[in-house]
Design a protein around this ligand. Sequence first.
Ligand code: NAD
Length: 258
Amino acid sequence: MTKELEGKVGLVTGGTSGIGRDASVLFAKAGAKVVVAGRREVEGKETVDQIRAAGGEGLFVKADVSKAADVQALVQKTVEKFGRLDVAFNNAGIEGAWIAITEQSEEDWDRTIDINLKGVWLCLKHEIRQMLKQGGGGAIVNMASVAGWIGSAGAATYCASKHGVIGLTKSAALETARNGIRINVVCPAVIETPMAERIFGAPEMNKYALGLHPIGRFGTPMEVAEAVVWMCSERASFMTGQSLVVDGGFLAGPNSPS
Ligand code: NAD
């Protein structure tokens, strides 16, 4: 069977852990050369080791997605190393402080929006420019969340950032559709990663969060990575401007008490 991303060059932000790490490895298994971007060098190189162990080719580039110069350099280094850019997963994000609006600091609002929303915008800007320079064609997946669809008391900034990513995705997709560049967004519920451990690690929170998932468990990073690779592949050739919710039934409706 042909590998879905054979011959493609991919870029994954926040590839130093969690969903971004598994997506980087799955991009490679699907045949892509992968640039792994993140702020942490040791963890980034570990992801590249995993890519090599899977028989792929990867490069770590240190970059903070909230900084325009870093993102521009990231795309430049991708092209210098592998010659082009075909697929990208704008995944990097933080949870910020989960706290009432009345208690939240302006610094935390700015930092969360800078990374989760402005970071995706900066990535889109430079990735699309490169894809257009190549004559068009390509696929981009942004990371939102079920928190991009519904609100959550105590997580207003995170929800606002993820709602923003969905709007940004739709608009970017409209701007690039005629150039053959497809742009979609993935919206997971709780996925077992270091971030989820930070938010839902305490036993009471864990029990509460589990009850929101009709399927009876949290998701794995690889289950999200599978959806992302599919959206980046030609198998999803008629899909653009859309959200793919990967949530074990979270958004389908209230769970029954069992
Ligand atoms: P994680 O904390 O394991 O991974 C996030 C990655 O992004 C880390 O490697 C981190 O270093 C990187 N990162 C953070 N800020 C960055 C910056 N400014 N520049 C570059 N890299 C940066 O968490 P995760 O769960 O894998 O999260 C990945 C994405 O998935 C996030 O956008 C998150 O909001 C989203 N998400 C997670 C869940 C979940 O339950 N885990 C659910 C829905 C959406």
